[in-house]
Design a protein around this ligand. Structure first.
Ligand SMILES: COc1cc(O)cc(C/C=C(\C)CC/C=C(\C)CC/C=C(\C)CC/C=C(\C)CC/C=C(\C)CC/C=C(\C)CC/C=C(\C)CC/C=C(\C)CC/C=C(\C)CCC=C(C)C)c1O
Ligand SMILES: C[S@@+](CC[C@H](N)C(=O)[O-])C[C@H]1O[C@@H](n2cnc3c(N)ncnc32)[C@H](O)[C@@H]1O
Length: 342
């Protein structure tokens, strides 16, 4: 698995956002960890004492490194690889599966995330676990429409411009975003590949960059972004607390964290239907459309393992965010959590 900047494009942030140590970063393969004992490379871990007195008793060590992959218990070292395989396998059918499974409802949820963000002109967005670019493209549409409205208002106010001056204002592609930029970061090469193909086909170019990277060890300097989004991504991360700390680190003071994720359904009737639909229908759709039952079984199981709204809110607060709130959508099937780095 190769990790690093895939294409920086003309994004100004990426030029400054060098990984904290290139040498160790590429050596570790999953991102550089400044504290060696926490490096997730099993071979490096095994030759490093786990405490001041060396190795801990095996049972304690085992408990400390176990986690879940859906309903399966796996070691923390294993989980990342398994999640990688899931998204490598579903990447080609990812977008069509989402439309089929949700009858397009996931699009509304993503639109609502953008409405909540309400980016200001010049916003620097980092979309982590950005996959095939759904949030990034919505962001670009939003800021472009916002900038066009502003430009029209200004042009109407300036009565004496020549037609050349007016045309010039419309032609400047970079400027059509009013200085806003989005960086899509994802750990999976296949998902990013699909996203880039989609961007090409739809003509998105300016203000968009793609980076291969781990939510738990982001390859960016501190205080870089105005907004951090993660949509349907954090559930798949091995150490959610580390991902939240990284989100806090890379945001500028005043920056906003926004997370769209499956949550706990708050209506008993919807909950029953949703359970039947999840366990009886979704894996079948996965098999029929994507030829992949297991990945879609993982999807529904991982949803049940994710902490409910209040618990996740506390985790966000523990990472240092303030004014943390959440909003349930579709009876809590998903929720948007928001927090600020103040
Ligand atoms: C591997 O990991 C992943 C892979 C991915 O592709 C995606 C993700 C991340 C996920 C997303 C980006 C979003 C994807 C969306 C979903 C997983 C679906 C979320 C589910 C819904 C919005 C629907 C919720 C359903 C209910 C509340 C229950 C209502 C259900 C029904 C009325 C149908 C009940 C039917 C049966 C129990 C069995 C018989 C039916 C059939 C065999 C036909 C199949 C039916 C349909 C396709 C209709 C589905 C119905 C709806 C969407 C109605 C929605 C209604 C409401 C929301 C109230 C990833 O991590
Ligand atoms: C369900 S997709 C969501 C994609 C996109 N955000 C959307 O809303 O459609 C989950 C994404 O999380 C990515 N992912 C999983 N673990 C990750 C990690 N540790 N760091 C970065 N991305 C990760 C996967 O590769 C996948 O692209």
């Amino acid at each position: 698995m190769q990790h690093g900047v895939l294409s920086a494009g003309s994004h100004p942030t990426i030029k400054m956002a060098a990984p904290r140590s290139w040498a160790l970063w590429s050596l570790c393969g999953r991102g550089w960890s400044p504290v060696l004992p926490s490096c997730r490379l099993p071979w490096l871990r095994s030759c490093w004492p786990s405490g001041p007195l060396g190795a801990r008793p095996l049972s304690q060590e085992k408990r400390a490194t176990e986690t879940h992959f859906g309903f399966e218990t796996v070691s923390e070292e294993e989980k990342g690889g398994k999640v990688y395989q899931v998204f490598e396998s579903v990447a080609r059918k990812y977008d069509v599966m989402n439309d089929m499974m949700s009858l397009g409802i996931h699009r509304v949820w993503k639109d609502l995330l953008l409405l909540k963000m309400h980016p200001f002109p010049g916003t620097q967005l980092l979309d982590v676990a950005g996959g095939t670019g759904d949030i990034a493209f919505r962001f670009l549409n939003y800021v472009q429409a916002q900038h066009q409205r502003k430009q029209k208002r200004q042009l109407r106010a300036q009565q004496n411009l020549s037609w050349e001056e007016i045309a010039k204002k419309y032609q400047n592609q970079e400027d059509s975003l009013g200085g806003s930029r989005v960086m899509v970061c994802d750990i999976n090469k296949e998902m990013l590949k699909m996203g880039k193909q989609k961007a090409c086909a739809r003509g998105y170019k300016a203000g968009l960059a793609w980076v291969l990277g781990d939510a738990e060890e982001l390859p960016f300097d501190d205080d870089k972004f105005d907004v951090y989004t993660i949509a349907f991504g954090i559930r798949n991360v091995t150490h959610i607390d580390r991902a939240l700390q990284e989100a806090h680190r890379v945001l500028k003071p005043g920056g906003r964290f926004l997370c769209l994720e499956f949550s706990q359904v708050n209506n008993p009737l919807v909950s029953r239907l949703y359970d039947v639909y999840s366990f009886q229908v979704i894996p079948v759709l996965g098999e029929v459309i994507a030829g992949d039952w297991k990945s879609y079984q993982y999807l529904v199981e991982s949803i049940r393992q994710f902490p409910p709204q209040e618990e996740f809110k506390e985790m966000i607060e523990d990472a240092g965010f303030q004014k943390v709130t959440y909003e349930n959508l579709t009876s809590g099937i998903v929720a948007i959590h928001s927090g600020f780095k103040l």
